[in-house]
Ligand binder design. Structure first.
Ligand code: SAH
Ligand code: SF4
Ligand code: F3S
Length: 471
């Protein structure tokens, strides 16, 4: 048994990582043939991509996937810790599974992902959720086959969570959820330690993958017919810093952009690490999509400082304007937290003012949520829930106004759309534009999913646009 420990999880030192190539033990291939698994994923794209690896591991073991947990022999929850409601969702699901397990004694239940890295969660699982057969964390996903085996054989709760990162594992099998759009991890972990955020504890130290490994994966995706790749990391702009003297995200983007891949995206960018040379690369290559997620969190310098964000409103705006000027037709999206401890009405007003200035194309807005073990958890949370909710609502009204206003500007214009699907009934297609906007459109021809077509926008809504294909 290995239990999580926050003290260790926040350690950052100069250890170098062994890079190991995962090999699936052929002796256990199809060991569970005929068994079915249900995998539920919470949280961000990183978790979604981890689930693609978990699914592949389970398929190699002979499991097949089901969409209803009532039909499953194995239920696995890949969890998220970012806000309290993510926790609540996973625990709510565990409650339902407990009920199922009381009827289906052989059901195997597992929990993994970011919540598994939290000591308090694991304590709770050991105390109140004894029916959970196994728990593993974000650093030892590759051990799933052994952990599962042990949990079944030894018939006791198996908890294997590493607080510190181990080796950097390459070559995990993957079952991708989409045939045309793929996620590619470029950097794991986060060193920023924003005071409200749990990710540096649950995902560990920043570790970049070797550029050769990334470029090889991209080549394979191109060979397999993928049209869009999204480079993933909690802070992709820190890519390479731990490995190279002079190879950054800008260089990586450039090397990928020279390949025959129509669409490249990346997320998420921390404003602190955004360099001029990266911005130039974004402006230079048409296959790097003009869409940048640039989380601001707050428009008040006082709050930004308390959040440990390492930039001011002024330096953020300077960066924002540079990106807008250098990258043609770029759409910028953001994340904002309201109700951070000590946020006054004036601070909040500054956030609203910043949104009025930036007129974001998209924004994810959140109420501050206390995360145990983070520095902000110790601050006096003096904004009432009522006030937080009211601020969120006021903020959403302003951000929504600009979503619509930006979308309206596209009316009458032509945009390129990667076709993702068709609703048979009305023969309407849908897909995303280069700036990542959802487009519903009609066409006179039969279009193939995965093709990129030109669509003329006929009408704009707040969260989507309507159009028709122009041949
Ligand atoms: N690495 C990304 C953010 C990942 S988390 C970045 O720094 O840009 C996604 C978003 O969740 C954050 O940008 C933040 O707005 C929000 N978030 C993180 N911790 C939170 C907390 N404790 N309460 C409320 N929102 C939070
Ligand atoms: Fe969290 Fe900040 Fe790291 Fe983003 S940069 S994952 S908000 S600590
Ligand atoms: Fe959640 Fe972990 Fe992602 S906390 S947002 S799943 S990195």
């Amino acid at each position: 048994m290995n239990l999580p420990n926050y003290q260790e999880a926040k350690t950052r030192d100069e250890r170098s990582y062994k890079r190991v190539n995962f090999e699936f033990d052929t002796k256990i291939k199809n060991k569970y043939k005929g068994k079915k698994f249900y995998l539920k994923t919470y949280g961000c794209q990183m978790n979604e991509h981890d689930s693609e690896n978990i699914e592949a591991l389970l398929c190699n073991l002979g499991f097949s996937k089901v969409d209803d947990y009532n039909d499953a022999d194995l239920v696995l929850l890949n969890t998220c810790s970012i806000r309290e409601n993510a926790h609540n969702k996973a625990f709510g699901m565990l409650g339902r599974i407990k009920h199922l397990k009381s009827e289906k004694k052989d059901l195997i239940v597992g929990l993994c992902g970011c919540m598994a890295q939290e000591a308090s969660v694991v304590d709770e699982i050991m105390r109140d959720y004894k029916f959970v057969n196994f728990v593993f964390g974000t650093h030892n996903m590759y051990q799933l086959p052994n952990i599962l085996d042990k949990a079944i054989k030894e018939n006791r709760q198996e908890i294997e969570v590493f607080s510190r990162e181990g080796d950097l594992v390459e070559g995990l099998p993957v079952v991708r959820a989409n045939k045309y759009k793929a996620y590619v991890n470029i950097i794991y972990g986060c060193n920023k330690f924003c005071t409200y955020c749990i990710v540096p504890y649950t995902r560990g130290k920043e570790r970049s993958r070797l550029k050769e490994d990334i470029l090889k994966e991209v080549d394979e995706l191109i060979q397999d017919g993928y049209k869009e790749i999204t480079l993933l990391g909690q802070n992709v702009n820190a890519y390479g810093k731990d490995l190279y003297d002079d190879y950054t995200l800008g260089n990586l983007l450039e090397d990928i952009a020279k390949k025959d891949i129509p669409r490249i995206r990346f997320m998420t960018s921390h404003p602190w690490d955004f360099t001029d040379s990266m911005i130039e690369v974004l402006g230079k290559y048409p296959n790097i999509m003009p869409s940048v997620h640039l989380p601001v969190q707050s428009g008040s310098n006082r709050i930004l400082k308390l959040m440990g964000r390492r930039y001011t409103k002024e330096s953020y705006l300077e960066l924002f304007n540079k990106i807008k000027k250098t990258v043609p037709n770029v759409a910028i999206s953001t994340d904002i937290i309201v109700g951070f401890p000590g946020e006054t009405e004036e601070d909040f007003q500054e956030t609203l003012d910043l949104v009025e200035t930036c007129k974001y194309d998209n924004a994810f807005t959140f109420i501050f949520s206390k995360r145990e073990g983070t520095p902000a958890c110790k601050l006096k949370d003096d904004v009432s829930l009522e006030e937080k909710e009211e601020r969120l609502q006021r903020l959403n009204e302003v951000v929504n106004k600009y979503f619509l206003e930006n979308n309206k500007k596209l009316e009458g214009k032509e945009v390129l759309v990667l076709v993702e699907g068709v609703s048979e009934k009305k023969k309407m297609y849908f897909g995303y534009s280069d700036t990542n906007k959802l487009i519903n459109f009609s066409s006179n021809r039969d279009l193939e999913v995965g093709s990129i077509v030109k669509v003329k926008i006929t009408s704009a809504k707040t969260w989507s646009l309507d159009g028709e294909e122009v041949e």
